[in-house]
Write a protein that binds this ligand. Structure first.
Ligand code: ZN
Length: 452
């Protein structure tokens, strides 16, 4: 018997089993029929795939039609493309904080603003986010609402407050500030008690671009903190901006990096190191590029995703006052130049076998699609970008057993597209359906300008 026949017979057997097991009164099944499957692993697309979702998990994937339980909801995938839910793994949710060139500052806009931003992610096909530093009460209470099912939102993973040295990057009244060991332990315990999904450190003395120097953690203190969290089962990530500091963090035991190297070109050795160590690196190209983009190309705000998620008043302010502010900032023009260098750096690391992870350092769904465009512009093939925005993100989170790809047994976070994103990454914007945990997200009910 050849493998094809064996797979066929097995899938018929499993389909029959699925039928028997889920045909109860509370069956909650969803079948996506005859779709082109782009599973997030980087494998080539599979045409004519059938995907059966049972409650929140993917139960069965078959190249033959599936006979589902009677009450199954069906989605006709003919001519469409199914990808895993996208992930933005570096955000700072608005309403709690604002990202400025000087760092994070508290914003008191409140939860309704944050909820609208969360809805903009779902609208844009983003089903998981990692908040890399915020006012802890703000982000952790939204996380609780998401996890209890009270809040329609992408999955929220959060650092809570940033841990850093007093006066360093990310230092604020809502950060955990540490300057010596073991004196730091009670403050770290207080942070750990709140349940950070991933510890966020900063290791940044500035003195580059248009910013004066500031203090930072010592390597020794950073290493002790990383070990303390890892010993409690918590993964770690760090803000660095140079190859030198990234190397120090890696050899101090850091699990992931929240930014690419932006201060200058990386060495070939560093690219090879990233390929060897497989330290996930979040790409955050759009945070540096968004200033010059607004200054030079404000017309991007007329694209459908921005029109749908920003109010006319917000777009007007961006095109006038904000644009003028960005045009006059030195930072804008520095970052425009450095973005091309960061793009070369991420491409080199990708080609050396490193694990890139899509993230924006921003706070709306459309920004993630800009990140994907900038990765394509860097010369990374679209089929690889899909993995960077899905399975690699799950690896960053340490959740790759449950999330990030369309494989049997995994959580059903899915996006149905009208066009093929592996031929043009812009097709990832052609969203037909968003499914989170096996439930279809009603995009017409999201709290967004497009629905007003
Ligand atoms: Zn950040």
């Amino acid at each position: 018997m050849n493998i094809g026949n064996l797979t066929r017979i097995l899938s018929i057997i499993v389909a029959a089993a699925a039928y028997i097991c889920v045909s109860t009164a509370d069956a909650d099944t969803l079948l996506i029929e005859n779709v082109t499957l782009i599973d997030g692993t980087g494998r080539p697309p599979v045409a004519g795939a059938w995907v059966l979702v049972d409650n929140d998990r993917i139960r069965l994937i078959s190249r033959d039609s599936i006979n589902p339980p009677t009450k199954t909801r069906r989605i006709d995938g003919t001519g469409k493309y199914l990808i895993p839910g996208l992930m933005d793994l570096h955000i700072h949710l608005q309403g709690g904080v604002k990202v400025t060139p000087e760092g994070l500052v508290a914003a008191d806009a409140g939860k309704s603003r944050g909820i609208r931003a969360l809805h903009s992610y779902l609208y844009a096909g983003v089903t998981s986010i990692y908040d890399a530093g915020n006012v802890p009460d703000y982000i952790l209470s939204l996380r609780e609402d998401e996890r209890s099912g009270k809040l329609m939102s992408p999955r929220i993973f959060a650092a809570g407050g940033i841990v850093t040295y007093p006066g360093s990057h990310g230092s604020s009244s809502f950060s955990t500030l540490v300057d010596s060991w073991p004196e730091a332990i009670p403050a770290l315990d207080a942070h750990i008690k709140r349940g950070p999904d991933i510890l966020k450190l900063t290791f940044e003395e500035r003195g580059w671009g248009a910013r004066p120097m500031i203090p930072k953690l010592s390597v020794d203190l950073m290493q002790r903190i990383i070990q303390y969290y890892n010993d409690r089962g918590i993964r770690t990530t760090v803000h660095t901006s140079s190859e030198y500091r990234a190397r120090q963090a890696i050899f101090a035991g850091i699990d992931t990096l929240t930014h690419p190297v932006i201060q200058g070109p990386v060495t070939d050795d560093f690219a090879r190191l990233m390929g060897a160590k497989k330290i996930p690196m979040v790409t955050t190209l759009t945070i540096g590029e968004n200033y010059s983009r607004l200054a030079e190309h404000p017309e991007y705000l007329d694209e459908p995703l921005y029109r749908a998620t920003l109010t006319a008043a917000e777009i007007k302010t961006l095109k006038t006052d904000k644009r003028k502010e960005y045009q006059e900032r030195k930072w804008t023009w520095w970052m425009k130049i450095m973005t091309t260098i960061a793009q070369d750096n991420v491409r080199k690391i990708h080609e050396a076998g490193g694990i890139l992870v899509a993230g924006t350092d921003q706070t709306t769904g459309p920004a993630l699609h800009r990140e994907l465009e900038l990765l394509a512009d860097a010369g990374i093939p679209p089929s690889d970008i899909i993995r960077i925005a899905t399975l690699n993100g799950a690896i960053f989170l340490g959740k790759e057993r449950d999330l990030g790809s369309i494989e049997e047994g995994k959580i059903a976070d899915l996006v149905l597209l009208a066009a093929d994103p592996t031929t043009d990454i812009n097709n990832a914007k052609q969203i037909v359906q968003v499914i989170k945990g096996g439930q279809i997200v009603d995009r017409s009910k999201l709290d967004l300008p497009v629905n007003e």
